[in-house]
Design a protein around this ligand. Structure first.
Ligand SMILES: Cc1cc2nc3c(=O)[nH]c(=O)nc-3n(C[C@H](O)[C@H](O)[C@H](O)COP(=O)(O)OP(=O)(O)OC[C@H]3O[C@@H](n4cnc5c(N)ncnc54)[C@H](O)[C@@H]3O)c2cc1C
Length: 433
């Protein structure tokens, strides 16, 4: 495993890369192209913006620096969970109470967007319904009751069930938890195969996809021109969907996102009886801590156990050594079970944890969506919808998001990660209370 922000996290050690169901390669950009819209980034944000625009008749070019799904979209926990942002009521002063309710409704609709993609384009990505929030503290249980009430008020149509301590083993075979809340409207899937399926869908709609085509320079103007090693694209609109991997391509946007590493272990394929003991209902689960544990079973019966954030911008030298104690704290009986894959990726954290969806003030034909703060599988799909609507000239949802201001982290790239580390240390201390 290599380290360093650019070179790390090759797909080679990822369970998802080993089980990708599409090996198609897209060409490298070479020469000059004209488009209505150029999209930078081949993750869920870029792919979904491209799909929506192509469906509306726009000529779209998508440029990916590595492979499609190389970033967080092809490495994540695969947990498809309702909701966008965190504690959305804090934004009422910018968008009003009704605006907050609309954000919350979009957080529900966003899961439906993923479901629609999978169904409409027949994407084979192991989509499975069932998710459970897990409590380790009494205040988490109280939070679940409030969430359930809030979702009911919003008209949430999926089954929600509070799970008492004595029943928690029907969801997860661990003594760590004192209760939970099951949500049958959330679930899990194979994220890389979803991204690859969406790339296929985009291509079928006429999007020109390019891999190994890193944008190295942007010339802003009425026509935006982007440059790669061997090519150039000129377009009326530009969409930046690089999230935690943006680096210095646009320092203004980069300054609002802190990259933080999150890591996943995949065990060997577990014997059926053991699987049924660990996660009897095959649900995805998360605890409620800031540096949370998130885990689930893969379609072939492995435990995929993710967690922890590392704020240094570098991977731990040994991901297994870093993560295994966390896994064994939850499932001590897995001591001795082989770990067959280990990998990590960069989460893009924003100061207020609301995804940043907007357009550049000085260059209104340049749009962006980023900073999903580790909860982006659904939110990227909503962002793709809203950015495409805004380019078409009609989006109330986009306007709501763009009215919320986002702090620029002080200190420039070198200081951002240490600052985040300090901030998160504070939150972790609060977890202990
Ligand atoms: C380990 C991990 C676990 C996670 N688990 C979950 C989960 O279970 N559920 C959930 O909802 N969310 C989860 N997330 C978050 C979620 O994966 C992300 O929010 C989401 O995938 C972001 O998608 P994106 O398209 O915006 O960014 P990315 O998928 O990161 O894509 C950005 C792309 O931009 C490309 N790029 C960067 N610079 C350039 C350039 N100059 N030119 C061209 N291309 C460029 C990169 O190569 C990259 O492929 C997790 C994230 C990580 C890292």
């Amino acid at each position: 495993m290599q380290t360093g922000r650019q070179g790390h996290q090759e797909h080679v050690a990822s369970y998802y890369a080993a089980t990708r169901n599409d090996h198609r390669q897209w060409p490298e950009l070479s020469g000059e192209l004209d488009a209505d819209v150029c999209v930078i980034g081949g993750g869920f944000t870029g792919l979904n913006t491209a799909i929506n625009l192509a469906q509306a008749g726009y000529k779209v070019v998508l440029l990916e620096a590595n492979r499609i799904g190389w970033g967080a979209s092809g490495r994540n926990g695969g947990q498809l969970i309702r909701g966008i942002g965190h504690d959305t009521s804090q934004f009422a002063r910018y968008i009003g109470e009704e605006g907050v309710r609309e954000l919350d409704r979009m957080g529900i609709e966003a899961v439906q967007l993923v479901r629609d993609r999978v169904e409409r384009f027949d994407i084979d990505c192991d989509l499975t319904w069932g998710y459970c929030d897990l409590a380790t503290k009494a205040r988490h249980l109280k939070g679940f009751e409030e969430d359930a009430q809030h979702l009911a008020n919003l008209g949430y149509e999926h089954e929600l069930t509070l799970v008492a301590r004595e029943d928690i083993h029907t969801v997860v075979g661990s003594d760590r938890y004192i209760g939970g809340m099951i949500d049958m409207g959330s679930g899990h899937l194979h994220p890389l195969n979803l991204a690859l399926g969406e790339a296929r869908a985009a291509a079928s709609l006429g999007v020109a996809l390019f891999e190994h085509s890193r944008v190295t320079h942007i010339d802003y103007g009425e026509r935006v021109e982007v440059t790669t090693a061997h090519g150039r694209v000129s377009s009326d609109y530009l969409v930046i969907g690089c999230n935690a991997y943006l680096n210095e391509l646009n320092p203004e946007l980069g300054g609002k996102v802190l990259p933080a590493g999150s890591y996943i272990l995949a065990t060997q394929v577990l014997e059926k009886r053991l699987r049924q003991r660990l996660l009897p209902q095959n649900m995805a689960v998360c605890d409620q801590n800031v540096a949370l544990d998130y885990y689930r079973l893969s379609a072939d019966g492995r435990l995929l156990f993710g967690g922890a954030c590392n704020y240094s911008g570098r991977d731990p030298r040994d991901i297994k050594a870093f993560m295994l104690p966390k896994l064994l704290r939850v499932f001590p009986e897995l001591a001795g079970t082989a770990i067959e894959f280990q990998w990590g990726g960069m989460i893009g954290i924003g100061a207020n944890r609301l995804p940043q969806i907007g357009r550049l003030a000085d260059h209104p034909n340049v749009f962006y969506a980023q900073a999903y703060s580790g909860h982006g599988l659904n939110a990227t799909h909503m962002a793709g919808k809203l950015v495409a609507e805004a380019i078409k000239g009609e989006s109330r949802g986009f306007d709501l998001f763009s009215r919320v201001p986002h702090m620029t982290f002080p200190g420039g790239p070198a200081l951002r990660s240490p600052l985040l580390a300090l901030g998160m240390l504070w939150h972790r201390m609060k977890d202990l209370l």
